[in-house]
Write a protein of this length. Structure first.
Length: 361
């Protein structure tokens, strides 16, 4: 029965994937490659204008457009030459000043929270890099000497454009010498192989499709170390949007000081739903030894029998994070199909946006 359900994945995709989410997922690595190349050429005309001794970089963005800032911030903490912070909302942080470069990312260019915060930075004489496919933000760049556009292709759901957006964000910081080149051609070739290996139509009986089957009827929990937090958060968001599924997330070692009690496994402490969780443990080879020991203990004492290790592979933290993006995107699409959902459908978000458009500010 299980094999029959997995083999039906191709038929499910044919019926449900109405906006080509599978095709967008397959192009992830090529999007990164093209984005890096395009950014280097687009930056050249005005790179000297933004080469400055900045105090730091502030990334603005929401949803799929804002995810890249989380990744860049973590990579800057590990390998960068200055702080990178992320702000998600209508307002700039109170501490911000125009010695902080602003990178405003909105795939559509019309994200109202990002526009609001960008306008505030512009009024305070900030230097702003916009990464967008068009819209209001792109238009603002044509009217200001302190705003610069790095354009990207349009026409797809923002959460599938992560390769377009992240590659431009990363290439920008590489050109500004804030980060080293973290995704060379060898890394991209390995990621291309990973994308094929995890493709649920090329491998309908592979690990991803099989794991999706095991997640269909259980609450989902995702745990992993702090340096993988951007992927863990994005995985949750992809499950929310693509699969219409909730997912609880926890970060080690922090969750060892609070959430671990609800998991129980020792003594009488335990949430009634702990045993019912489908647990995904996100890991990589570069974990701190003490965090690995904590994870091993947790696995040994975890009350659920439904637990899987999702191990990221790569020669660097950046490559590992991208590898996990690939696995998780395919998993969220597989789960959507098994639930009978078009992975591109976001009717509730559209309804909220329509409601807000009818209300004057």
């Amino acid at each position: 029965m299980v094999n029959e359900m997995v083999e039906d994945m191709i038929q499910l995709a044919t019926v449900l994937d109405k906006q080509g989410m599978i095709g967008f997922t397959r192009s992830f690595v090529e999007d990164i490659r093209k984005g890096q190349e395009a950014t280097r050429s687009e930056l050249l005309p005005w790179l000297t204008q933004i080469s400055h001794r900045w105090d730091g970089i502030l990334f603005l963005g929401m949803g799929g457009s804002g995810a890249g800032g989380d990744y860049i911030s973590m990579l800057a903490d590990k390998e960068g030459t200055m702080p990178v912070r992320v702000s998600k909302g209508y307002d700039l942080p109170n501490w911000w000043n125009n010695n902080w470069l602003v990178v405003a990312t909105s795939y559509s260019g019309n994200t109202e929270e990002t526009i609001s915060a960008t306008e505030q930075a512009l009024k305070e004489n900030g230097t702003i890099i916009v990464i967008s496919s068009g819209g209001i933000l792109a238009g603002m760049c044509e009217l200001s000497q302190t705003m610069h556009l790095i354009s990207c292709p349009s026409g797809q759901p923002p959460r599938t454009a992560f390769g377009h957006l992240f590659s431009r964000q990363l290439a920008l910081l590489v050109e500004l010498k804030i980060l080293p080149n973290l995704l060379d051609e060898n890394a991209l070739m390995r990621l291309s192989s990973a994308c094929e290996e995890n493709d649920i139509l090329l491998n309908p009986e592979g690990d991803v499709a099989s794991l999706a089957l095991n997640l269909t009827n259980s609450p989902i929990a995702i745990l992993g170390p702090s340096e993988l937090a951007p992927s863990i958060t994005r995985f949750k968001n992809q499950l929310n949007e693509n699969s219409s599924r909730f997912a609880r997330i926890g970060i080690l070692p922090e969750m060892n000081h609070n959430e671990i009690v609800a998991w129980g496994g020792v003594g009488e402490d335990q949430d009634p739903e702990a045993k019912n969780q489908a647990l995904l443990m996100i890991s990589w080879d570069g974990m701190h030894p003490r965090v690995k020991q904590r994870m091993d203990w947790f696995v040994a004492n975890c009350p659920t029998d439904n637990a899987w290790k999702v191990h990221g592979e790569g020669a660097s933290l950046c490559e590992v994070l991208m590898h996990q993006c690939i696995m998780m995107d395919w998993l969220s699409i597989a789960l959507a199909l098994l639930h009978g959902k078009d992975p591109a459908s976001i009717d509730t978000i559209i309804s909220l946006k329509n409601h807000l458009e009818q209300i004057s500010q």
